[in-house]
Design a protein around this ligand. Structure first.
Ligand SMILES: Cc1ncc(COP(=O)(O)O)c(C=O)c1O
Length: 397
């Protein structure tokens, strides 16, 4: 007789999937809380603010008006029009059209679907390391070859463009950019993006630009690679509502691309989730067309928190932390304490009650770093760093 664990045979593809450590750490933190421990959460990348009031009102009104049925897979026409208009105005570029927009339940499944329609087995997929883990996981499932370009602290975690260019081969199909960047908070400059565009055009590479943190920018104006001449036809723009509007749990994201690609991505959605919750889509219309002040207030508060957490981290013996320009993460270097960042993260959770992530959870180039999310109040950040300060001298790395 087969052992119980061998009855159902899991596919090889499932075995290639990666996991997102933030969700694993959150689960362990919840277990500790269930045992009565007090845990401070700096692990998950979600704004701690409430979703703006006008967005919630729109969802409630939509439910009361019985907007509770299927929509087209690519999303409601009204939401796609609103996104097309907002996304082009925000970047100061020529208007997009509705048929270029695909909406999904969060950006993450949209990323999966975009990569699924672009990558065949053996295709090369170039991305920055460290990175949001979903990219390499999807590429690996699809049997594409994920080629990592390491980010360096010395250049504030911007891509080294000579290193990037050296990784491009005739098999490179897709280059994925994420600026502002998770997990480092790094931001690519206009000059960086102009040179990357030139490399992409010269090598006939498709660019995916994950711009979900475009509102979480503290020192510079946002610049998109879509603003560079010749990039519109080869770029897939990724964005969503989770980070700017504190809507992580609503699940609403989108991609904008040439219409023939959008049809393929939409068909993937039709085959998997059918469509995105109707009242959530209507809340999305309210988010983009309503007052912007709630977003601006969140960004101003994030800036204060960033400055506070960077200063506190830099005052810890053995820790050095660059000031990130965007997103809501800091990525301090802890290599003077240990290269085993996963062990340090586990120690801080179990012994100090501070949930954070080891940098290597985002790729090999993140080894020796930690990621703290500063999507928590100043008081909470201060309490967490106090615990870290007390616990560090007893860490046996
Ligand atoms: C870089 C990046 N892209 C995409 C996402 C996915 O966001 P969503 O909540 O819309 O699925 C995240 C979430 O953490 C992210 O950090």
């Amino acid at each position: 007789m087969l052992a119980e664990s061998n009855v159902i045979r899991i596919s090889d593809g499932a075995g290639r999937l990666g996991s997102e450590r933030a969700f694993d750490v959150l689960a362990r933190a919840r277990e500790l809380e269930a045992q009565g421990r007090d845990i401070i959460h700096l692990e998950v990348g979600e704004p701690d603010f409430d979703t703006p009031e006008h967005v919630k009102r729109a969802a409630i009104a939509a439910l009361e008006d019985n907007h509770t049925h299927y929509t087209p897979s690519a999303g409601l026409a009204g939401l796609r029009d609103t996104i097309a208009d907002y996304a082009s105005r925000f970047r100061g570029i020529a208007p997009f059209s509705r048929d270029q927009v695909v909406v999904g339940p969060g950006l993450k499944p949209v990323i999966w679907n975009v990569l699924s329609v672009l990558l065949d087995p053996g295709d090369e997929f170039v991305y920055a390391d460290p990175a949001y883990p979903a990219y390499a996981s999807a590429a690996s499932y699809l049997q594409a070859k994920a080629i990592a370009v390491p980010l360096h602290e010395s250049s504030n975690f911007r891509l080294d463009l000579d290193e990037l260019e050296a990784k491009i081969t005739p098999r490179t199909k897709v280059l994925l950019l994420n600026s502002p960047h998770n997990p480092t908070g790094g931001v690519l400059t206009r000059a960086d993006l102009e040179r990357i565009a030139e490399i992409a055009i010269r090598n006939d590479v498709t660019v995916i630009s994950d711009e979900i943190y475009n509102r979480n920018l503290y020192d510079a104006e946002f610049f998109s690679i879509l603003e560079v001449d010749g990039m519109r036809e080869r770029t897939i723009l990724l964005d969503g509502f989770s980070k700017a509007y504190a809507m992580t749990g609503w699940r609403l994201g989108y991609a904008i691309m040439p219409a023939y690609v959008a049809r393929a991505v939409s068909l993937m959605g039709q085959n998997t989730y059918s469509c995105t919750a109707t009242f959530v889509q209507l809340a999305g219309v309210a988010a983009l067309s309503g007052p912007d002040e709630p977003v601006q207030a969140m960004v101003a508060e994030f800036r204060r928190r960033r400055d506070a957490i960077v200063a506190e981290l830099n005052s810890l013996p053995g820790v050095s932390c660059k000031t990130p320009e965007g997103a809501f993460y800091v990525f301090p270097n802890v290599s003077a304490i240990t290269r085993d960042d996963a062990a340090l993260a586990s120690y801080l959770l179990e012994d100090a009650g501070v949930a954070a992530l080891g940098g290597s959870a985002f790729g090999e180039a993140g080894r020796g770093y930690m990621r703290f999310s500063y999507a928590a109040s100043l008081e909470t950040i201060h309490a967490a760093l106090g615990r870290v300060r007390d616990a560090l001298p007893n860490f046996k790395g």
